[in-house]
Design a protein. Structure first.
Lengths: 380, 236
């Protein structure tokens, strides 16, 4: 039936919409879908960079855009553990901090080795680019490693217990960053005064590219059989186990992947802000990220992207009322939980390929109402 | 036919509560064997232990001569044992087709295509509802899906935990007919039921479990006509 549709490789992972439609329907191959998405990505990147180079977007606005990118990475990575795996970790800021400190310290220590200075990162010398890539990966790996260390014991527990363990873990990280200098005997993190002298290696271009890569990787993972296994665990852990999913492995994998990308986000954050201080990665930071995921809809990548964008712009736009920011957070959370407990988008995810397919088949509006009536029938 | 599964002196506890207190039974290839008993007799505990979901305190479980103790559930599935768990436990957020694909998780895509065809042949209702999300289906359809999903792993031994639970009588009959057909096509079946008369009428042999111990055993017909069994489980 849908043999042309991606040769059975790419399956929508929330509901099987594709199989509903009969033959004679025009479909897009996986390759075409990738090309379309890649072109859109490059176009957006070019427009953004053009606007910045043409001074249509100020430096300040550029920084806000970079932060949006960073929080998109944070929200989407937390979504792997929260939305897809169905656990509730409360220590995402801990992984972010591990990634940020690791990357920043790595780059600072490597700069003299490769004879680079603060300017090298702004002008984009080749060696600086290499150092950036290695540094971000290093940040991700360190965070992933700490995710593995905490995940193995924590994932034996469920729900509130897991939340408390991860919360405690993030606190430990914060205290370690605060006091490690005294333990190792030389200046590593800078303690409470913070880590300074971080070159501003984060810019619009590399943030945008990293966000693209992260979204692509997580999307691909969730569409693979590994992703399906993770979704099966969320849906019904016992059934997943009974059908042959190695639940321990996949729970740990999802947790580590989540931590890894949080570390990548943290690495960009360090280069964007320029100063790392343990106080930035307290409990509230974890909650902020969780709010983004819950608000957007647990299990929806687009939801995470949208709410990360809105919730990063909002406090900036309301700078004058910044003190009320947390009040707004609280009120928004309460309202969403009352009126839309599944989050703004639920588990819906947008696919450019599916959208275009519907467009060329003229089903854009028809398809939706048809689907609805089918659902009503099923419920009756 | 040889013994496919043998359980010896199996003991399982939940903390201080002893759920299964040293039971032994075996199943020959091609048989339907049923474990009947009241609530809390230890039937589901036994199945879950065989499937590797629970760890026994002591005892032996052997599948075709190989010990299953300490083996992870996903390995046991690929060895050829499938559990269709109590209460159906379909993946409610996935479509029928995705549920079946999950059932064949330990198999290759090519094998799954073939098995799925057969499952759809056996359960035409599932084919009609291929794209529907499993949570919106009726209890009977979900039971069929759960069984279809278990079959996707191409088991040699299929363990069914209370397949008739919460179903209308006409559907119960349908489910048991299917169980019998599956058996005739070569799948060995271990059936756990509270609906003792139904289970015993299709079973080759049965075991009666009472608070964690086996109190009676015999062929399906023997047990069906046993006075004690009639009194306790078949309403006199």
């Amino acid at each position: 039936m849908d043999q042309e549709l991606n040769g059975g490789q790419e399956r929508p992972y929330v509901t099987a919409k594709a199989s509903k439609h009969g033959g004679g329907r025009k479909t897009l191959s996986t390759k075409k879908r990738y090309i379309i998405n890649a072109l859109l990505f490059v176009a957006m990147l070019a427009i953004g960079q053009g606007l910045i180079d043409g001074d249509f977007i100020s430096r300040y606005q550029t920084t806000v855009i970079e932060q949006i990118g960073i929080y998109i990475i944070m929200a989407v990575s937390l979504n792997v553990a929260t939305g897809y795996l169905g656990q509730l970790p409360l220590g995402h800021a801990g992984f972010m901090s591990v990634g940020g400190y690791s990357c920043a310290i790595f780059i600072i220590r490597m700069m003299p080795v490769f004879d680079l200075n603060m300017r090298s990162f702004v002008t984009g010398e080749p060696m600086a680019v290499v150092l950036f890539v290695v540094g971000v990966l290093f940040g991700g790996l360190m965070a992933g490693l700490s995710g593995l260390i905490i995940g193995i014991p924590a994932l034996r527990l469920k729900g509130d217990y897991l939340a408390i363990i991860t919360l405690g873990f993030a606190e430990i990280i914060r205290v370690v960053m605060l006091n490690i200098d005294g333990v190792v005997g030389f200046e590593l993190t800078g303690g409470a005064k913070g880590l300074t002298g971080i070159p501003s290696y984060t810019n619009f271009l590399n943030t945008f590219i990293v966000v693209g890569i992260v979204l692509f990787l997580i999307h691909t993972m969730m569409k693979s059989r590994h992703g399906r296994a993770i979704l099966a665990i969320r849906d019904n852990e016992i059934a997943a186990e009974a059908t042959g999913v190695n639940t321990t492995y996949y729970k740990t994998l999802a947790f580590v992947v989540s931590a890894f990308f949080a570390g990548v986000g943290g690495a960009l954050y360090a280069g964007c802000i320029g100063v790392m201080a343990p106080a930035k990665f307290g409990f509230m930071k974890s909650i902020e990220i969780l709010v983004m995921v819950v608000l957007g809809g647990m299990g929806s990548m687009l939801g995470s992207v949208l709410s990360a964008t809105v919730l990063t712009i909002l406090p900036e736009a309301l700078r004058a009322f910044a003190d009320y920011r947390m009040v707004v957070y609280a009120v928004v959370l309460i309202l969403v939980m009352i009126f839309r407990p599944q989050g703004l988008l639920g588990t819906y995810d947008f696919s450019m390929g599916d959208f275009l397919e519907k467009l060329i088949n003229g089903e854009l509006f028809r398809g939706k109402s048809k689907q609805k009536s089918e659902e009503v029938e099923a419920n009756a | 036919m040889g013994t496919i599964l043998s359980v010896k002196d199996l003991r399982v506890s939940y903390g201080a509560i002893k759920a299964v207190k040293g039971i032994s039974f075996d199943i020959s290839e091609g048989e339907i064997v049923t474990l009947i008993g009241a609530n809390g007799a230890g039937k589901s505990t036994t199945l879950n232990t065989i499937a590797g979901l629970l760890k026994p305190e002591s005892g032996e479980v052997k599948f075709k001569g190989e010990s299953l103790i300490g083996i992870k559930p996903h390995k046991i599935v690929s060895m050829g044992i499938a559990l269709c768990p109590e209460g159906r436990r379909v993946f409610t957020q996935m479509s029928v087709e995705e549920n079946l694909e999950m059932g064949g998780y330990t198999r290759s895509d090519a094998e799954n295509q073939e098995t799925m065809e057969r499952v759809y042949e056996r359960f035409p209702r599932l084919k009609e509802r291929m794209g529907q999300s499993a949570g919106t289906m009726s209890g009977g359809e979900q039971q069929m899906l759960a069984m279809g999903r278990a079959l996707m792993s191409r088991p040699q031994l299929l363990m069914l935990d209370e397949p008739s639970m919460g179903l209308a009588p006409i559907l119960v009959q349908e489910i048991f007919d299917i169980v019998k057909e599956l058996n005739e096509q070569g799948t060995t079946i271990l059936l756990v039921e509270q609906n003792a008369s139904m289970a015993l009428s299709i079973a080759d042999r049965g075991y009666v479990l009472e608070t964690g111990t086996i109190t009676k055993t015999g062929t399906g017909q023997e047990l069906l006509h046993d006075d004690d069994v009639r009194k306790a489980y078949l309403g006199g």
